[in-house]
Design a protein around this ligand. Structure first.
Ligand code: KIV
Ligand code: NA
Length: 266
């Protein structure tokens, strides 16, 4: 196996092969995911909740993201590494965003992810023009959970769906190569993909019409307490080992058997 590149991800997308992504925050889980053939690994700011014990991703700092990116990169050999720009590290403007990207890329990230639409295309254009691969993130954007009024599904009414589609197209035109679509009706995510055929949409709670899927590691292993969100699936319960759970996730996404619209869709 050769290390993943943006070019190879685009080729996969062009031939209709689903892209697999999981979150990781440390070296050993990364090593395991890499050996199981996961295409892309997201150093998600969800680490604020899962590793640091906060109730949202808002308290996560750029230094935290740099630290975890370094840990993940040490465990990786082949996967494409995407790191989150945390809350407050890009909202001031495009120059601040660039400085934050430099810190994450010098820590080993190959692509950076930032949340939101409307105001973000200017920043995304600025970054991509300067050689930084960008993953956008629309729908339920956890950094703005307080403004959204909780962890709720987005784009349910016509106006909301139209705004999502407009924001997605603006970001794609600004140069975003990839886009996480989180918690929205499957039809809206499929429409975003159809509007922007070259864009690599990665869904979580957004149906199977996207170019790929992402799950939070702790959700798919059901390390998180309480009831799993509807869109997640406990792969650990099916196989009995972490390695088997990750391999199963990869084959279920590649085979378009996960997500299943009737079980995991909105
Ligand atoms: O931080 C994270 O885990 C994420 C995924 C849910 C896409 O942004
Ligand atoms: Na995130």
């Amino acid at each position: 196996r050769r290390p993943m590149t943006l070019h190879r991800l685009r080729e996969m997308h062009a031939r209709g092969e689903k892209i697999t992504m999981l979150t990781s925050y440390d070296a050993m889980f990364t090593r395991l995911m890499d050996e199981c053939g996961v295409d892309t690994i997201l150093v998600g700011d969800s680490l604020g909740m899962l590793v640091q014990g906060h109730t949202s991703t808002v308290p996560v700092t750029l230094d935290d993201m740099v630290y975890h990116t370094r840990c993940v990169v040490r465990g990786n050999r082949h996967a494409w590494i995407v790191s989150d720009l945390p809350f407050g590290s890009y909202q001031e403007g495009k120059e601040q965003a660039l400085r934050s990207c430099v810190a994450l890329m010098q820590a080993g990230a190959q692509m950076i992810k930032l949340e939101g639409g409307g105001w973000t295309p200017e920043t995304v254009y600025f970054l991509t023009e300067r050689g930084i691969p960008v993953c956008a993130h629309l729908g339920l954007t956890p950094q703005t959970v307080h403004a959204l009024g909780g962890f709720r599904i987005q784009g349910r009414d016509q106006a909301g769906a139209d705004t999502l589609r407009r924001h997605a197209s603006e970001l794609a035109q600004a140069g975003a190569a990839m886009m996480v679509l989180e918690l929205m009706p499957s039809a809206v995510a499929s429409q975003v993909q159809a509007d922007n055929p070259g864009l690599m949409t990665i869904g979580i709670g957004a149906g199977s019409g996207t170019a790929g899927q992402v799950l939070v590691l702790h959700d798919m292993l059901h390390v998180t307490r309480g009831k799993l969100p509807r869109f997640a699936r406990n792969f650990m319960a099916e196989g009995g080992s972490i390695e088997d759970a990750i391999r199963r996730y990869v084959s279920e996404v590649k085979g378009v058997r996960f997500p299943d619209e009737s079980l995991h869709g909105y």
